[in-house]
Design a protein around this ligand. Structure first.
Ligand SMILES: NC(=O)c1ccc[n+]([C@@H]2O[C@H](COP(=O)([O-])OP(=O)(O)OC[C@H]3O[C@@H](n4cnc5c(N)ncnc54)[C@H](O)[C@@H]3O)[C@@H](O)[C@H]2O)c1
Length: 370
C-alpha cells in the first residue's frame, strides 16, 4: 500500500463528522490533528473520532506532522486558509466553493503552482458509483452522442429548516453557489469541457423571513438572485439547461434523477449529484421502459474519497480527480451565469477543462491505485 498521508482537519462544524467517519475507511488517510476557531469544537471532534490532537489553526498549519490540510470551514475562509497551508508547505483540499470569487481562486491556483503543491476541491460525490456509472454509460456510447440535457434543483429555500439562513441570500450564496457545485461538477465529469454559457437570474422572492428557531420572524435581506437559470453548450455539442431555485413551491421533478441526458440513440437518468451511490437508468431508442444499470464501480464511498484520491495522487505523482482547476472552473461557471444575466451576453469559461480519469472499477473498496 502507498505510504499514508497525514491529514490536519480545519473546521470542525457540521460536515466534519461526515468526513471523519468516511476517512476511517480509507487506509491512505491518517487524520493526525484537528483545529477550529472554536477550540472546544475541535476538542469535541477529536474525542469523538479518536483524532490524536486538537490544536489552534496556526499550530495545525505549522505542524511538521501534517502533510495535507483538509479545509472544512465556511466559504469565506476557504481561500485564505488554503493559501496559509500552501505557504507552510502543505497540500490542501477544500470544501466547495473553491473560493468566493475568481480573483481569490486564481491566487490559490498560482500559489499552488509556485509551491509545487497539490490543491483539491469538493465535491467528491462525482467519484461515487452513481455518477461514475452514468459516465461509463455515456463513454461506452450506450445512448449515442449526447445532444441535450436538463438539470434542476428546485426548492423554496433553506429558511424553512435552517435556524440561521441569512448567508444563503448574500453574494456567494443563492441556490447556484450552494447547490450548483454538485451539478456543474457532475456535468463536467459526464460531458467534458464547456464551450460557452449564458444565464438569466432574478431575485424572485425579495420578502423573506426566518421560519424556525430563535430568530423566527426575523427579516432576511435578499442580496443575490434566489432563482438562477443557466444554459450550457459543451464542446461535444450537447446543449442544455441547469435551473437552480430557492423560489419554487411544489417543484415537480424526479428528485432521484435530477439530471437527464438525451443522446441520439437513447436517454440517461443521472442520480442526485449530491449523493454517492444513486441508481442510474437508461432507455435505448426502442426500449419500452427505463432499465436500471448495475453500478460498475465500488459503492460505499462518502465525503473523504476525494481527499484519499488526492493522497494517492501525491504519492504516485498522477493527477488528482477532484482538482483545484475543476473547482475553479465550477466557480467560474457559477459566476458567469450571474455575469451573463447582468450583461446580457454569452460567456466562455476562463480556463480549459480536462476530464479526470474515471475511478478504478476493479480495485477493492478503499484502494484507489493498483
Ligand atoms: N453541512 C452540510 O451538509 C454540508 C454539506 C456539504 C458541504 N458543506 C460545505 O462544508 C463547509 C462547512 O459547512 P458546515 O455545514 O460544516 O459549516 P459549519 O458552520 O457547521 O462549520 C464550519 C466550522 O468552521 C469553523 N471556522 C470558520 N472559519 C474558520 C477559520 N477561519 N478558521 C478555523 N475554523 C473556522 C467554524 O468555527 C465552524 O466550526 C461549507 O463550505 C459548506 O458549503 C456543508
Amino acid at each position: 500500500m502507498s505510504e499514508r498521508v497525514r491529514v490536519g482537519l480545519v473546521g470542525c462544524g457540521a460536515i466534519s463528522a461526515n468526513y471523519l467517519k468516511n476517512a476511517a475507511n480509507l487506509p491512505i488517510l491518517e487524520v493526525v490533528a484537528c483545529a477550529d476557531l472554536d477550540l472546544g469544537r475541535a476538542r469535541a471532534r477529536a474525542e469523538e473520532f479518536g483524532v490524536p490532537r486538537a490544536v489552534s489553526v496556526d499550530e495545525l498549519m505549522t505542524d511538521p506532522e501534517v502533510d495535507l490540510v483538509l479545509n472544512l470551514t465556511i466559504p469565506a475562509a476557504h481561500a485564505p486558509l488554503g493559501l496559509q497551508a500552501l505557504q507552510n508547505g502543505k497540500h490542501t483540499y477544500t470544501e466547495k466553493p473553491f473560493a468566493v470569487d475568481r480573483e481569490e481562486g486564481r491566487r490559490v491556483l498560482e500559489a499552488a503552482r509556485i509551491a509545487r503543491l497539490r490543491v483539491g476541491c469538493a465535491p467528491d460525490t462525482v467519484l461515487g458509483a452513481g455518477i461514475q456509472t452514468a459516465r461509463k454509460v455515456l463513454d461506452d456510447g450506450k445512448i449515442g452522442r449526447p445532444v441535450a440535457f436538463a438539470a434542476q434543483m428546485l426548492g423554496r429555500g433553506p429558511e424553512g429548516f435552517h435556524p440561521d439562513p441569512a448567508f444563503f441570500y448574500q453574494p456567494g450564496g443563492g441556490p447556484m453557489f450552494d447547490m450548483g457545485p454538485y451539478y456543474i461538477t457532475a456535468l463536467l465529469n459526464l460531458l467534458g469541457p464547456i464551450r460557452r454559457l449564458s444565464g438569466m437570474a432574478a431575485i424572485a422572492i425579495p420578502d423573506r423571513s426566518v421560519a424556525t428557531g430563535p430568530k423566527q420572524g426575523q427579516k432576511i435581506p435578499v442580496e443575490t438572485p434566489d432563482h438562477v437559470c443557466g444554459m450550457l453548450e459543451f464542446e461535444n455539442g450537447a446543449v442544455g439547461t441547469l435551473v437552480t431555485s430557492f423560489a419554487v413551491r411544489h417543484g415537480d421533478y424526479d428528485r432521484k434523477f435530477p439530471i437527464l441526458i438525451y443522446g441520439e440513440e437513447g436517454a440517461l437518468r443521472v442520480p442526485d449529484p449530491n449523493t454517492f451511490d444513486g441508481a442510474v437508468q437508461v432507455r435505448g431508442r426502442d426500449d419500452a421502459e427505463w432499465q436500471e444499470v448495475p453500478h460498475a464501480f465500488p459503492t460505499g464511498y462518502g465525503r473523504s474519497v476525494g481527499v484519499a484520491d488526492l493522497a494517492y495522487a501525491i504519492r504516485s505523482g498522477r493527477p488528482q480527480r477532484c482538482s483545484a482547476e475543476q473547482g475553479f472552473i465550477v466557480l467560474d461557471v457559477m459566476q458567469a451565469f450571474l455575469d451573463s444575466s447582468r450583461e446580457g451576453r454569452p460567456i466562455t469559461p476562463s480556463i480549459q477543462y480536462e476530464r479526470p480519469a474515471p475511478m478504478p472499477a476493479d480495485l477493492p473498496f478503499g484502494t484507489l491505485d493498483g
